[in-house]
Design a protein around this ligand. Structure first.
Ligand SMILES: Nc1ncnc2c1ncn2[C@@H]1O[C@H](COP(=O)(O)OP(=O)(O)OP(=O)(O)O)[C@@H](O)[C@H]1O
Ligand SMILES: [Mg+2]
Length: 245
């Protein structure tokens, strides 16, 4: 899949969309985030890779202002939407009600309808969450984030539980929607290919800080068949401590 996105706007141009400085978080005396810094440009798509348990979800919760005990400075836009690792749909509400939850706007129905159309779920708007497939659930979770018209979209392994084919479809859908709405995106993933295909920049979390980063550059380098793709893939796997494949 080649991404329709333009090259990264770069963090140097204009005011950044997200600034996190000196983020620290410990649990029971164990330091998870150690003075972590991250700046993301407006409209930039950044992916975070890192070993399980290294603190990626912890960082996203802090950026979403869901962790009052974290230390450090966070500047984010007014409209932030989060899609968590598990979709967290309310089982007693139908799909449309889940998507519109918490949206205060007299036009909420029209916005929900548009978000469901964006993710190809118009015909399931009255379905109960328990009747959805994994891929459909991921689509609804994405619609619930998009309906907020976020300036910053925080995605925590949004496609982590999906089979390979559905995952590819969802990656294409996300790339299309990002090209259309141009939000700033920070996405956690375990999938190096997914990070390379979707992101303008990939950062690697090690020991509580973002230790490495790889910038994708032109969209052409994001095709799996490109030489650069393979080189960056090896680099990132090395940074993650995975060698010899
Ligand atoms: N509320 C909490 N109380 C105690 N420990 C916590 C809490 N939240 C997270 N942790 C610990 O902090 C560390 C980082 O957790 P986090 O969920 O951020 O990891 P992660 O990088 O998202 O991992 P994964 O890739 O498996 O999702 C883990 O060791 C976890 O056990
Ligand atoms: Mg996590």
């Amino acid at each position: 899949m080649s991404s329709p996105r333009e090259p990264a706007p770069g963090t140097g141009r204009g005011a950044p969309a997200l600034v996190a400085q000196g983020i620290c978080r410990s649990f029971g005396g164990r330091e998870v985030l150690r003075a972590l810094n991250l700046t993301i440009g407006r409209g930039e798509f950044v992916a975070i890779l890192g070993r399980s348990g290294c603190g990626k979800s912890t960082l996203l919760r802090i950026l979403a202002d869901l962790d009052p005990e974290a230390v450090g400075k966070v500047e984010v836009p007014a409209r932030v939407a989060v899609a968590f690792q598990d979709a967290r749909l309310l089982p007693w509400k139908r799909v449309a009600a889940n998507v519109g939850l918490g949206v205060r706007d007299p036009d909420v129905e029209a916005r929900v309808a548009r978000a469901l159309a964006d993710v190809g779920m118009t015909d399931r708007h009255r379905a109960w969450p328990s009747t959805l497939s994994g891929g459909e659930t991921a689509r609804v979770a994405l619609a619930r984030a998009l309906v907020r018209e976020p300036e910053l979209l925080l995605l925590d392994e949004p496609f982590g539980s999906l089979d390979a084919l559905t995952r590819l479809r969802m990656q294409e859908l996300l790339a299309t929607l990002c090209a259309r709405y141009r939000p700033t995106v920070l996405m956690v993933t375990h999938d190096v290919d997914e990070a390379l295909l979707l992101a303008d920049r990939v950062v690697v979390m090690v020991d509580g800080v973002l230790e490495h980063e790889v910038t994708m550059g032109a969209a052409a380098s994001r095709t799996r068949s490109g030489d650069r793709f393979g080189v960056l893939r090896e680099q990132l796997l090395g940074m993650l401590g995975v060698h010899g494949h």
